[in-house]
Design a protein around this ligand. Structure first.
Ligand code: HEM
Length: 342
């Protein structure tokens, strides 16, 4: 591929998408999701007002939310960056439309898929606000962000290979894809913990309550995936038993992810398809993530620790994908189908 512009745009879009997902986590963690109760503007304007008299007036008009300058700005900065990402992805699709005529196997369809995803994601951003932080919508919004980041990483990978003059495709190994899927599910469970404000529910380390006191877990309410539309979900609406059930399932998920990934990494290194250094990096991330998960539990989810836990979750997903690419099997595209190389 002679033109490097698509690769440059995809690289920029990928890093910006990571930034948007991190900023989304920051917005939620600082309780700024309702910093602007309307969409796309903030109290009807494209900038958050700093005028104290106007703030007092707005607080009287919107008694159900806490009107604060910093919350409005955090939410608006998240929207500005997300808007910039949308424009970049639109440009990528436009450049791809011209490039597909000149370059064999150009991933134009993939650029259109990312464009579609970012439009749907924008709609979920709006519903997050208008449905007052409904947990399933906020969790789907996190999921959408991670899917966009992952798809942009794949698009970038395809464009990078094309830039090196290689139009062949790669197939990722099934056990690695299962590992990525388990990790993705665990991150979504983490989203369910945070959107239901279940991080505080179990201060105990091994059991939910310190000293192993009995807890009446309510799994049915904790995993009722379609909560009532209408109430303001900031701070959560569930009883303690339901929150405890969510928190303990997230911990069990961490155990499943840990056992699976340790076995997977051991087997990949043993087969000689993955460098042990790369495997150790992932083990380090996993250990840090579990450490910060417990630190959140012990210190009652302070913003700083919650943000580190969110960011490490994103980093782990990206690293898991990079392991999937590093261990992928190459396919050569030929007119009668695909031929396995290795
Ligand atoms: C593989 C391991 C783990 C992964 C990938 C993971 C991932 C995540 C993610 C991404 C979130 C936040 C989602 C968001 O910001 O919306 C989260 C929330 C949370 N996780 Fe984990 N987690 C793991 C293990 C653990 C463990 C072992 C614990 C503690 C026992 C834990 C405790 C928590 C708590 C308390 C929250 C809520 C934080 C908040 O309200 O912002 N996590 N998890």
């Amino acid at each position: 591929m002679a033109n490097n512009l698509p690769l440059k745009l995809a690289t920029l879009a990928f890093f910006l998408a990571c930034e948007v997902v991190l900023m989304g986590g920051f917005t939620r963690i600082t309780d700024s999701g309702l910093g602007c109760p309307d969409w796309p503007g903030c109290f009807g304007s494209m900038v958050m007002t700093t005028d104290t008299e106007t703030i007092t007036h707005l607080q009287e008009r919107y008694p159900e939310i806490h009107v604060a300058v910093h919350k409005g700005w955090i939410e608006m900065i998240h929207r500005y960056i997300a808007g910039g990402l949308g424009l970049l992805i639109l440009a990528l699709a436009f450049v791809g439309y011209r490039e597909k005529e000149k370059t064999a196997n150009y991933p134009y369809l993939l650029s259109l898929v990312v464009l579609g995803l970012v439009i749907v994601q924008g709609a979920f951003g709006a519903f997050t606000v208008t449905l007052k932080l409904l947990p399933n919508i906020v969790t789907l919004h996190l999921m959408g962000g991670l899917i966009i980041v992952s798809t942009l990483m794949y698009l970038r990978h395809r464009l990078k290979r094309l830039a090196l003059g290689d139009s062949s495709l790669v197939r990722m190994r099934t056990p690695v894809m299962i590992g990525v899927g388990l990790l993705f599910a665990q991150i979504i469970l983490g989203g369910w913990v945070s959107t239901n404000y279940a991080g505080w529910a179990c201060p105990g380390i091994l059991s939910c309550a310190p000293g192993g006191a009995e807890v009446n877990y309510d799994f049915q309410s904790g995993f009722h995936l379609f909560p009532e539309v209408g109430p303001n979900y900031e701070g959560g609406q569930l009883e303690h038993g339901a929150r405890a059930a969510i928190q303990m399932v997230h911990r069990a998920g961490a155990l499943v992810v840990t056992v699976y990934w340790l076995g997977l990494l051991w087997s990949l290194v043993k087969q000689g398809v993955l460098a042990s250094r790369k495997a150790m990096h992932f083990v380090g991330l996993l250990a840090a993530q579990i450490g910060f998960g417990y630190a959140n539990v012990v210190y009652a989810v302070p913003d700083s620790l919650a943000f580190i836990h969110h960011a490490l979750g994103v980093l782990m997903l990206l690293y898991a994908w990079s392991i999937a690419y590093a261990t992928a099997v190459e396919y050569e595209e030929v007119s009668y189908g695909s031929v396995k190389h290795a």
